[in-house]
Design a binder for this molecule. Structure first.
Ligand code: GLN
Length: 492
């Protein structure tokens, strides 16, 4: 079978238009990669039969010259997106057998553009986690092993989404990012992860974690593909009252724009302790690349950013505790046997949720309860506005902000899951962006001493995805990161 795993979406579309190969051949290849890659545990549900059927329709469209934007492109979808008639679990026992009678708006947009669902991807339970170790379906393995040959985590919560793309299974995936769950796994797997501005994409049909922070976005192998998927998923949606009416620009165009004269801020807080040496070296290297491309580097400060993590870990659990109240055994799937209704609620929730989800529900309920609401929740909301204010001030001086995506590269499976605080520290560079509702992208730039990918982050002003795409594209060209992991999961 021909190996199509090295092709980007753009290259694949060119080949399909030229009839170098058919969509059916492409889908067969990706289905067999998905089957050969089961050891990664990236997919919860494989939809090979549906994919093969859709491939025939897509081939017909190519024959007639009636193909759409993403026609025939196999895409994996995080199991947080409802897919009509296809099991959607949020990687939780609570939704083990849930088959949604509706399709999320963003996935519907992909299918309208001709993309083909390859399967549903594993994630941390209800998207709570940074290592994909909290899933009811077990941990996902990062295709990148460290130099000692140990298995590492793919990051989380969109671990399956990142691992599959890094492994060459599917050409792209969708993830959700509430506090970094697209960018952190992208940075751990050498892929590109983009979180759009809050409101840019519809949240309708996405299983809610923290509604004021959640956004959908793509994980891809390069920046141009990321822009293309973004163009497909964005739309105004009357079913999501926070979805924006703003015009949707041609994001792909932005990836070819020069960044000459652009001002790029580097926050002094990002050069702090606790970042690995290999990662900090890319702050310096990034500066050089950006200057070579004609941009100007500006020193900036985000003074309240140090409070972002505690602020997030009050607001996100508060919203989660409210959103997850709906899983009571009456609606949706899991229901415990019990003598009376109160016992049924209690037992259902005790059985259906894993430890991390329970921890979040308890924290959330606590910070929202009478007597503690003012001390925790309201204070956190005030801090949230101060963080937004910091960004506003920064964006009065610069076009984008550059810094690391994560303080470390992928860690070993089992290394951090005993201590929740240590796990939460992973999100230190990503959560401020969600609190302020801004767009950001993680781009792979190189490997560290352990042979693990490093991702750097660009943060843009509200609804200015174009600037970060232009800059990310420049960084991608300068970094020339084109390595892929060794395919150890393929049993010959
Ligand atoms: N790791 C963060 C958390 O556990 C972010 C998760 C996310 O973005 N979904 O909350």
């Amino acid at each position: 079978m021909t190996d199509f795993s090295h092709l980007s979406i753009h290259e694949t579309i060119t080949c399909l238009k030229r009839k170098d190969f058919s969509v059916s051949e492409l889908i067969d290849f990706h289905v067999s990669s998905m089957e050969n890659g089961r050891e990664l545990n990236a997919f919860i549900t494989e939809t090979a039969d549906i994919a093969r059927e859709k491939a025939i329709d897509s081939d017909n469209r190519y024959l007639k010259g009636e193909e759409n934007l993403l026609d025939g492109i196999p895409i994996g979808i995080k199991d947080m997106f409802c897919t009509k008639g296809i099991k959607t679990t949020a990687s939780s026992k609570m939704l083990e057998n849930f088959i949604p009678p509706y399709e999320s708006t963003v996935t519907q947009n992909l299918w309208n553009d001709g993309a083909i669902l390859l399967g549903k991807l594993n994630n941390d339970e209800f998207a709570m986690g940074s290592s994909n170790e909290t899933s009811f379906y077990g941990e996902v393995k990062n295709p990148w092993k460290n130099s000692k040959g140990n298995f590492t985590v793919p990051g989380g919560s969109s671990g399956g989404s990142a691992a599959s793309v890094a492994a060459g299974i599917g050409l792209a995936s969708l993830g959700t990012d509430t506090g970094g769950s697209i960018r952190q796994p992208a940075s751990f797997t050498g892929t590109v992860g983009l979180k759009p501005t809050y409101g840019r994409c519809s949240r309708w049909g996405i299983i809610a974690f923290a509604s004021s922070l959640d956004q959908a976005g793509p994980i891809t192998r390069n920046v141009k593909d990321s822009a293309l998927i973004l163009n497909s998923i964005c739309s105004h949606d009357p079913k999501d009252s926070t979805s924006s009416y703003k015009e949707i620009p041609d994001f792909v165009n932005a990836t070819d724009k020069s960044i000459k004269g652009m001002k790029i801020g580097i926050p002094k807080e990002y050069e702090a302790d606790g970042i690995s040496e290999d990662i900090s070296s890319f702050i310096e290297k990034g500066k050089e690349w950006l200057i070579e491309s004609g941009a100007e580097i500006v020193d900036i400060s985000l003074p309240h950013i140090k409070y972002a993590l505690p602020c997030y870990y009050i607001i996100a659990p508060a919203e989660a505790s409210s959103n997850l109240a709906r899983y009571d055994g009456v609606k949706y799937t899991h229901r415990a046997d019990a003598e009376n209704i109160i016992e049924m609620y209690e037992e259902t929730r005790a059985q259906g949720f894993g430890n991390e989800v329970k921890r979040r529900i308890m924290i959330g309920t606590y910070v929202l309860s009478s007597g503690y609401y003012d001390a925790y929740y309201l204070k956190a909301q005030k801090v949230r506005s101060m963080i937004s204010q910091d960004f506003k001030e920064a964006f009065s001086k610069v076009d984008a902000i550059y810094g690391p995506s994560t303080p470390s590269t992928a860690f070993k499976i089992g290394d951090k899951n005993k201590d929740p605080l240590e796990m939460y520290l992973n999100d230190v560079f990503t959560v401020p962006v969600n609190l302020a509702g801004l767009p950001a992208i993680s781009v792979p730039v190189g490997l560290d001493k352990e042979n693990l990918p490093i991702g750097m982050q660009l943060i843009g002003n509200s609804f200015d995805e174009e600037s970060i795409l232009s800059i990310a594209s420049c960084i991608e060209k300068s970094a020339k990161f084109d390595l892929t992991p060794e395919k150890w999961w393929i049993n010959e």
